[in-house]
Design a protein around this ligand. Structure first.
Ligand code: NAP
Length: 247
């Protein structure tokens, strides 16, 4: 079998209707995985694009504003790939940041990621659907502080930490847990930054690659981390950032 093939694998991607999650779903399907595209809205466009390319996919409604909503979806379903991609960001000065925004971000970006992973791992271990892989979508703000996004920064630092502890617990049991830290990628998540010409130019000026990233720039790394080629990678947070953190 090819080092990079995902043929015969069943994958679950959260937040797959748009942006990075959509690109990852397409990439996993292109390597042969059957992909469940989960999100709070239907992933019809993603499914249609996968099917048009000859792949297999289905859309599933899953609202992770209830952070336990993903935990019990995996038993007996045969999944061996989970991509925890769904995420939200709320921007306000830390002096003004509300408890409601704090809880909303923490629930989707951190608590849901943990309990979805727990449910996936229980199912994989119960049925021996191994090897299995979890890929978490972290952020540059897993390493840096950012500005006006305190809950997001706290959650994404937490994602890096969870990636490491889950790798420690599950690496020896056949589950690879890793994360990707995307740089500045043109999606809904960064629309407010790109709409601000001063912030947008300042960001662009310090990206060594000289351009914002596209969702497709992240997708291949996710497919790689799920593949046999990455079987000895555990607990890594891979920067895919056009060189931002090297600067
Ligand atoms: P995006 O286009 O806003 O995509 C976020 C995805 O998460 C969407 O599918 C969204 O669904 C889904 N989502 C949000 N709340 C949800 C909920 N309660 N239940 C289920 N799904 C929910 O932004 P993106 O940039 O592709 O973000 C994907 C991931 O990358 C996030 O974890 C984000 O933090 C991370 N990231 C992005 C960047 C960047 O520069 N863009 C950088 C670092 C990390 P809706 O379409 O319904 O909102």
């Amino acid at each position: 079998m090819s080092l990079f093939s995902l043929a015969g694998r069943r994958a679950f991607v959260t937040g797959a209707n748009t942006g990075i999650g959509q690109a990852i779903a397409l990439a996993l399907a292109a390597q042969g995985a059957a992909v469940t595209c989960a999100g709070r809205r239907p992933s019809d466009e993603t499914v249609a694009r996968i099917e048009a390319a000859g792949g297999t996919a289905q859309s599933l409604i899953l609202d992770l504003a209830d952070p336990m909503a993903g935990r019990d979806l995996f038993a007996g379903e045969g999944y061996s790939i989970l991509v925890n991609n769904a995420g939200i960001i709320r921007r306000a000065d830390s002096l003004d940041f509300s408890e409601a925004d704090w809880d909303a971000v923490m629930d989707v970006d951190l608590k849901a990621l943990f309990f979805t992973s727990q449910g996936f791992a229980r199912a994989s271990l119960d049925t021996g659907t191994l090897p299995a892989a979890i890929v978490n979508i972290a952020s540059l703000l897993s390493f840096q502080g950012g500005i006006r996004v305190p809950a997001y920064t706290a959650a994404k630092h937490g994602v890096a930490g969870l990636t490491k502890i889950l790798a420690n617990e599950w690496a020896g049991r056949g589950i690879n847990v890793n994360a990707i830290a995307p740089g500045y990628i043109a999606t809904n998540n960064t629309a407010a930054l790109r709409d601000d010409p001063v912030r947008s130019q300042a960001i662009l000026d310090r990206i060594p690659a000289g351009r914002w990233g596209a969702p497709e720039d992240i997708a291949g790394t996710a497919a790689f981390l799920c593949s046999p080629a990455a079987r000895y990678i555990h607990g890594a947070v891979l920067n895919v950032d056009g060189g931002w953190l090297a600067r």
